[in-house]
Design a protein around this ligand. Structure first.
Ligand code: HEC
Length: 260
């Protein structure tokens, strides 16, 4: 009788089948056979993965043409105007998109303006935006110093005139070379950042009549003794409509220029 450790079950013909099924060592196939079996299973699995149906299904690849639409554009269709992405809060489109349902940009902060909100905006801005835009908003952050494209200064007249929703929109979706941050920064914080950008803008371009008479005196005194940053000509502070308060500003600016 062959050695039960190595013999195939078939060779144990004098043993009843039941006994063969129950005796552990005899039931194990020899190594060579097991390897062949394993190879067959592997091949069957591999071949099962070779079905092309899912790969070849009818679909339009990005940028592929299509005769389904009259203009022949298939894979890169422009979404209809004011299309909003999945995940938009439909109860408050203005808050999540920065645009009113009629497509105009939101101009007012859709949150209560509190010192806490501005603190949060300052903190988030300094984390996410200042590496490029600088803490002052002048656009010369550390990444720019190291060679990244320079963003425009927030103190440009064009950006001063942009509605608040514009800053929310750029923070969300990016602009030109700048990528969007809506995956990293939640909507409420993007609004807080937009509000903080306004603070930065105001810090260099506030009409003097928003100050109390004492504060005005302080500013005028400080302006007469301190040099302005080089990128901000003193004249800019005085541009605007003719009125008494603007004249105050002009007088202050004039004194500054005299002091420089
Ligand atoms: C990695 C650098 C970088 C970071 C970080 C960055 N930006 Fe920018 N940003 C740019 C560059 C570069 C431009 C100019 C892009 C262009 O003109 O192609 C720009 C432009 C802008 C503009 C002006 C758009 C216009 O109309 O000219 C705004 C507003 C702005 N960014 C807001 C933000 C806010 C808010 C954040 C933070 C949430 C932020 N950026 C973070 C690089 C950055």
């Amino acid at each position: 009788m062959p050695d039960p450790q190595t013999a195939s079950p078939r060779q144990n013909e004098d043993l009843p089948m039941r006994t063969l099924m129950q005796t552990g060592p005899v039931r194990r196939a020899p190594t060579g056979r097991r390897a062949r079996l394993a190879a067959c299973v592997a091949a069957a699995l591999a071949l099962a993965g070779c079905r092309q149906d899912m790969h070849d299904q009818a679909k339009i690849e990005p940028y592929e043409e299509s005769d389904f639409f009259a203009d022949g554009v298939g894979g890169a269709r422009i979404p209809p105007a004011h299309t909003l992405p999945r995940g938009t809060n439909w109860d408050d489109v203005a808050f999540t998109s920065g645009y009113h349902p009629d497509g105009t940009m939101v101009a007012e902060l859709p949150l209560e303006l509190t010192p806490e909100l501005l603190d949060r905006g300052e903190e988030r801005y300094n984390i996410f935006c200042s590496p490029c835009h600088a803490r002052t908003g002048a656009g010369n952050g550390m990444i720019v110093e190291r060679g990244f494209a320079q963003p425009p200064s927030y103190h440009e007249q064009r950006l001063r005139e942009m509605p608040l929703g514009y800053f929310f929109d750029v923070a969300s979706n990016g602009y030109g070379l700048m990528s969007g941050y809506k995956a990293q920064i939640k909507a409420a914080d993007r609004w807080a950042i937009a509000a903080w950008i306004r603070v930065l803008q105001r810090s260099r371009n506030a009409p003097i009549d928003v100050l109390s008479p004492e504060e005005r005196q302080q500013v005028i005194a400080a302006g007469a003794s301190a040099a302005r940053p080089a990128d901000e000509p003193a004249r800019q502070a005085a541009s605007g409509d003719e009125n008494e308060n603007q004249d105050d500003g002009r007088a202050a600016a004039g004194r500054e220029v005299g002091a420089l």
